[in-house]
Design a protein around this ligand. Structure first.
Ligand code: 4GY
Length: 251
C-alpha cells in the first residue's frame, strides 16, 4: 500500500517511519510512504503557502494553489479515479478501528496535513473525499493525526505484524477492551500472576480472559457493549455482575 503525505513539515514523520514496525514494513515493501512538501508546489516568489483570511480575523489560512497542485500531481501520477484524499481535521469523522479497516482495503491513500487556521474551504469541497478526526482536541497541524492513521492502517496489512497477529481477538475489532496481560516473573514485588493463567487449562484461560474483557468494558467503556457481539455466555456473566451490583446496599 502506498501513502502520499502532503505536509509543510515532512521531518515530523521521520521518527514514526524509521522506527519499529513501520520501519520494517517499509523495508519489506509492504508499505511505501511518499512525503510531499506542499511548499514545493507554491508558485509565488517567496514560496509561501498561507495568506490572511477573507473577512478578517486572527491567524492565516492555507491557500488553494499549492495544495491543489500538490494533490493533482500525486493523484495524476496514479491515474486512479477512486483515489481517496484524506484531510486530518477536528471537524472530521471520528477515526476508529472500523475506518482503519476500510482504509486498509485501498491501494493508495493521500493524506493532507493542514496548518495555521485550516485550509481554504474550496479545496476541502472539491478535492477531499474523507475528513478524519483522531479526537476532540486541537493540534498545531495534521501531521501527528496522519502518522496515527498510517500506523493504524499499516498494521492491518498482511505481513506487517507477525503471523501470530489475529485481529479477531483484538480490542475494538470485537468492540470489547483487552483482558489483562502478564509475563514472567510469576511474582513481582509481591504481586502474583492470576493462578488460572499458569494452569495450562486452555478453556479456563479463555473464560477468564473473556470475563475480564467484559468486566473492563463494562467498567470503562459501557458504550462499547451496545455494538459488541455478545454470546449467551457473555450475557450470563454480565447479568451476574449487574445483579451483584444491584443487590449492594448503598444506604
Ligand atoms: N484532532 N484530528 C486533528 C487536528 C490540526 C488547524 C487543520 C485532530 O485530526 N486532525 O487537530 N488537526 C488542525 C490545525 C488546521 C488541522
Amino acid at each position: 500500500m502506498r501513502f502520499d503525505i502532503l505536509t509543510l513539515f515532512p521531518e515530523m514523520f521521520t521518527g514514526p517511519l524509521t522506527s519499529s514496525i513501520l520501519k520494517r514494513a517499509r523495508e519489506r515493501g509492504v508499505i511505501e510512504v511518499n512525503l510531499v512538501n506542499i511548499r514545493d508546489y507554491s508558485t509565488n516568489k517567496h514560496h509561501t503557502v498561507d495568506d490572511t483570511p477573507y473577512g478578517g480575523g486572527a491567524g492565516m489560512v492555507m491557500g488553494p494553489e499549492a495544495l491543489t497542485n500538490a494533490i493533482e500531481n500525486v493523484v495524476g501520477r496514479y491515474g486512479q479515479s477512486s483515489h481517496r484524499v484524506l484531510l486530518m481535521c477536528p471537524q472530521g469523522r471520528p477515526f476508529s478501528q472500523a475506518l482503519a479497516m476500510d482504509l486498509a482495503g485501498e491501494k493508495n491513500l493521500l493524506l493532507i496535513c493542514g496548518h495555521y487556521e485550516g485550509i481554504d474551504e474550496r479545496v476541502r469541497e472539491t478535492m477531499v473525499t474523507d475528513e478524519i478526526s483522531i479526537g476532540d482536541y486541537v493540534l498545531t497541524g495534521g501531521e501527528l493525526p496522519a502518522a496515527v492513521v498510517v500506523d493504524a492502517v499499516a498494521r492491518l496489512l498482511p505481513g506487517v505484524l507477525g503471523e501470530a497477529a489475529s485481529f479477531e481477538e483484538e480490542s475494538f475489532q470485537t468492540s470489547l477492551l483487552e483482558y489483562p496481560h502478564y509475563t514472567r516473573p510469576r511474582e513481582y514485588r509481591g504481586q502474583m500472576v492470576p493462578e488460572v493463567l499458569l494452569s495450562g487449562h486452555h478453556e479456563e484461560i479463555r473464560k477468564w480472559r473473556r470475563r475480564h474483557s467484559l468486566l473492563r468494558t463494562l467498567a470503562r467503556r459501557p458504550d462499547l457493549l451496545e455494538q459488541a457481539e455478545l454470546t449467551r455466555e457473555d450475557k450470563a456473566i454480565l447479568r451476574e455482575v449487574l445483579q451483584d451490583l444491584a443487590s449492594l446496599d448503598l444506604d
